[in-house]
Ligand binder design. Sequence first.
Ligand code: NAD
Ligand code: ZN
Length: 350
Amino acid sequence: MSQLMDALVKPAPGKGLELRQVPIPEPGPGQVLIKVHKTAICGTDVHIYNWDPWAVEHIRPPMVIGHEYVGEIAAAGAGVTGLRVGRRVSGEGHITCGHCRNCHTGNIQWCKDTQSVGVDRDGAFAEYVCIPESNVILIDPNLPEDVVAFFDAVGNAAHTALMWNLVGEDVLITGAGPIGIIAAGICKYAGARRVVVTDINDYRLELAKKMGADAAVNTQREDLHEIMHKQRLVEGFDIGLEMSGSGAALTQMISAMRNGGKISLLGISNKPVPMDMNSIICKGLTLQGIYGRKLDNWHQMSYMVQGGLDLTPVITHRFHYTQFEEGFAAMNSGKSGKVILDWTKQEGLS
Ligand code: NAD
Ligand code: ZN
């Protein structure tokens, strides 16, 4: 009989998760077993915990959830070469077909047959996770594990922000969720002149300021155009990063862009969003949808952190995995940035 490990499992349709023992996965040919050190909770995990309509449609319990993690290689299956046991690693969470046109051109983020770790197959909120060798990302052991634990989300932010040349540009980020906050730090690091972040949640706007945003605007109380004037924006924003999934935020963004501006759209809405087509046309705006990460984003993130990008301001909570309920409560409260779960230490030790 196989050995057992602790894992956070969605046991059956319905709210919540269960900490239970499940078999340690066996790495098959071409697969790598990773011993998980730290994980981070993503908005997707919260959808699954809360069992909202998205989760009902996408999740087939029982399964282990989670896809943001850092760990070390514990074992390798037949045919795996070049990956040593003990190497610090994370993993690209989208497992792609390798055969479609986008996979063949290196655009794995657009693979037509993507499977997601922790959504379509067992995930990383466990002592061990098993993924294909091609999804393993080697990590410099000098990088802080608390930050690498959420590199998956940093990759979304980097993909969205670095789609455009940011040097000297004025950037509007709508949505100060963890990804919007991280994106603010990346934009400043990459040379943006002004970075303005909007949200309707003051706690999160404060985190965006700590991450280096020049202005953090609560659009329920404050007038964005007044803030633009104070920040000496004359013609509007050059670059827009939509990271809220809110139609109202997108409408506001379109109205605040300069002619010829560029927008990347990351935020996902739970309903169709009406768009001001005439402004997009008359202003000559470029809109780019962003899904997942490019593999190169993993390299960019490591290099930016090595170069001095400090992402720790977005971390607001740290728990042992046995305290996962507190972690999910923090995420559900709206008063959180990234929540880290530690899978190495014994409970009570810090
Ligand atoms: P999040 O839900 O934690 O943050 C969204 C933020 O938007 C919240 O703080 C919310 O208060 C704010 N918001 C709501 N209405 C607003 C408005 N009118 N104006 C400004 N802000 C408003 O999400 P996150 O984890 O930071 O992720 C950001 C978005 O990206 C989410 O929509 C998520 O679903 C999406 N996402 C997409 C991908 C992808 O591959 N495209 C990957 C990860 C996340
Ligand atoms: Zn493919």
